[in-house]
Write a protein that binds this ligand. Structure first.
Ligand code: AGP
Length: 603
């Protein structure tokens, strides 16, 4: 997703701060970049398509400047080219923008009638012209910005410069995150923490329709024409979390962080007698139905949560993809708990689905990783996962933290309803304690994952099959493979293969077969034999060691046997590592896959 950084200070190093900040936002995914900065009272604007280095190559970072804005663009309106790159400048205003203006066409036509010309296809340029038009009738910039909030529909985080005020940076926020970094003698704006984390931890989180005037020494935040008192917060993590710390890729580092993340996410709740679980979570036992809504991997986590909540808590649980839920006919029961799952807490579809549930009067719970994010602020209740900052676009540790949190919720309800007995609790706690060690064991198997990646690298289609819990894991394994190795893949319910897809199985077709769910193991093994008999190269991932017949698979990856409440957290590691090793073999950009963004803040 697009990235914004802005600076106002007195060190004259604005250009370098902007470029360094944009470098730290590269992980969000983008296809062009640009900066604008004051130099000798004039706005200099430089932008290039493609990677940030294309921009750095044409900029003198030592150029003196005390105020500027920068942007990495993930194209929504208009091609990913230099003309559409930000910043955009019309008249006296230069702007960078994250988000989508839904009424930009109507506004653009009106501004054309007023004599404005546009060189790009972007909605952002329309904001420039609108602001310039408003300013022509009222030289009070803050009043003009307030009017913007009344006129614009959609989502926007804006960094704004005005030719007439070379010492003032302006910021506006609605439905797209924007923070103000606070320091001595300089201040910043950013769409995400990493852009300024090396400069300061002190920051202000803008709320929807807040706007701010920022100078090197002052920050004034306004809402609806009135100045508002704002809290200065401090980021809880440090610069090391945005450093690879010796790993080849952030994704590999984050896969290896999962044992720690599991401990950080679950330890506060798993006291010896589970009372911590009850005391530190709301009472979820009163809901007759639960609905989990999310996008992408978070949906796959939700599917595992469904299995856990239904098995352990005996509560019907539905799972919806947010982008579908938003436009489907709604059948939300009033006493249904709606759980939204999102690592970024900024995913547009998930945020809108949450708003629909709130409007319907449902209790809402957010399982979120990014503290203070839009979804975290919107949900009635929030349970934070403790995955830390996740830099790689393909989620791993945040996904597994979501799975862990959903398992804890299932256990919480089960315990509240006396559906789990002391013996089962003891086993669960024992497995929770040993889980990080088992995860470490699986992380040591790099050679096995490399070998499997070698086996499948020549194939254009890889199938992942499983049933129940294992089907949800198959979906996550398939998505990982697709998004970082650009290999087509499909996750299939093992029982569905013979209803069509098995026609695609040829000699050597790689099929990753997951069998860890005892409830359906024998059935899935029958399905595996069906694909094996048609020539598939079966990669068998299982926690079972009692099969007499060893002929239905070609490779086997053993996963330690633990309580099924936590088994997905083990099974997912080989899936993540196979995707990682294949992407590495294929020389893909593992941390920043093409066309993808870390947080999808647009529809
Ligand atoms: C995961 O590997 C993907 N990059 C993507 O599917 C992601 O899970 C999805 O966009 C949801 O993001 P969120 O958890 O921040 O809402």
């Amino acid at each position: 997703m697009c990235g914004i950084v802005g600076y106002v200070g007195n060190q004259g190093n604005c250009v370098r701060v902007l470029i360094d900040g944009l470098k730290r936002l590269e992980y969000r995914g983008y296809d062009s970049a640009g900066i604008a900065y004051f130099n000798d009272g004039k706005v200099n604007l430089v932008k290039e398509s493609g990677k940030l280095e294309n921009l750095s190559n044409v900029i003198d970072v030592e150029k003196k400047s005390n105020l500027g804005i920068g942007h990495t663009r993930w194209a929504t309106h208009g091609k990913a080219d230099k003309c559409n790159a930000h910043p955009h400048k019309i008249g006296k205003f230069t702007i960078v923008h994250n988000g989508i203006i839904e009424n930009y066409n109507v506004l653009k036509n009106k501004l054309i009638e007023k004599g404005y010309n546009f060189s790009s296809e972007t909605d952002t340029e329309v904001i420039c012209a609108l602001l310039d038009y408003l300013y022509k009738t009222d030289k009070d910039i803050l009043k003009c910005i307030r009017k913007l909030n009344e006129i614009l529909d959609g989502s926007y985080a804006l960094g704004i410069m005005c030719d007439d005020n070379p010492d003032e940076l302006y910021a506006v926020k609605k439905n797209s995150p924007l923070i103000i970094g606070i320091n001595d003698g300089e201040n910043y704006i950013a769409s995400d923490v990493p852009a300024i984390l090396d400069k300061t931890k002190k920051h202000i989180v803008l709320e929807d329709k807040d706007y701010a005037k920022i100078t090197k020494d002052t920050v004034n935040v306004y809402h609806d024409g009135k100045e508002k008192r704002v809290d200065v917060k401090s980021f809880e993590f440090d610069a090391s979390s945005i450093d690879k710390q010796g790993y080849d890729h952030f994704m590999l580092k984050e896969i290896h962080e999962q044992p720690d993340v599991f401990k950080k996410t679950t330890n506060p709740y798993l006291s010896e007698d589970l009372d911590g679980l009850i005391e530190k979570m709301p009472d979820f036992s009163k809901y007759s139905k639960i609905r989990i809504i999310a996008c992408g991997s978070a949906t796959h986590a939700g599917l595992i949560g469904k299995q856990m909540i239904e098995r352990y808590a005996n509560v019907e649980t539905l799972v919806d993809t947010a982008s579908e839920f938003r436009y489907n006919k709604q059948f939300l029961n009033d006493d249904e708990l709606v759980i939204v799952v999102s690592q970024s807490g900024e995913t547009a579809d998930t945020l809108e689905a949450l708003k629909i549930a709130k409007k319907n009067g449902n209790d809402t719970l957010g399982i979120i990783n990014e503290k203070g994010s839009s979804i975290a602020r919107e949900a009635k209740i929030v349970l934070y996962t403790e995955a830390g900052k996740e830099i790689a676009v393909a989620t791993t540790k945040a996904y597994s933290a979501q799975v862990a949190m959903l398992s804890l919720i299932a256990l919480n309800i089960s315990y509240s309803k006396n559906l789990v007995n002391k013996k089962e609790i003891a086993e669960i706690l024992k497995d929770a304690k040993s889980l990080p060690t088992h995860m470490e064991e699986l992380l040591q198997n790099e050679e096995v994952y490399k070998e499997i990646a070698n086996q499948i690298k020549e194939y254009n289609d890889v199938f992942f099959i499983g049933r129940s819990l294992d089907y949800a894991l198959a979906m996550e394994g398939s998505l990982k493979l697709k998004e970082i190795s650009y290999t087509h893949s499909e996750a299939y319910a093992a029982g569905e293969l013979k209803h069509g897809t098995i026609s695609l199985i040829e000699e050597g077709t790689p099929v990753v077969a997951i069998v860890t769910d005892d409830n359906v193991a024998s059935k899935t093994i029958s399905n595996i034999k069906e694909v094996k008999s048609r020539g598939a190269n079966v990669i068998y991932i299982t926690n079972r060691n009692d099969e007499e017949d060893q002929t239905f698979y070609d490779s086997k990856i053993m996963v330690p046997k633990v309580n099924d409440l936590f088994s997905p957290l083990l099974t997912v590691i080989p899936l993540q590592m196979i995707a990682y090793e294949l992407a590495k073999l294929k020389g893909c950009n593992i941390d920043k896959p093409k066309n993808l963004a870390k947080s999808v803040t647009v529809e």
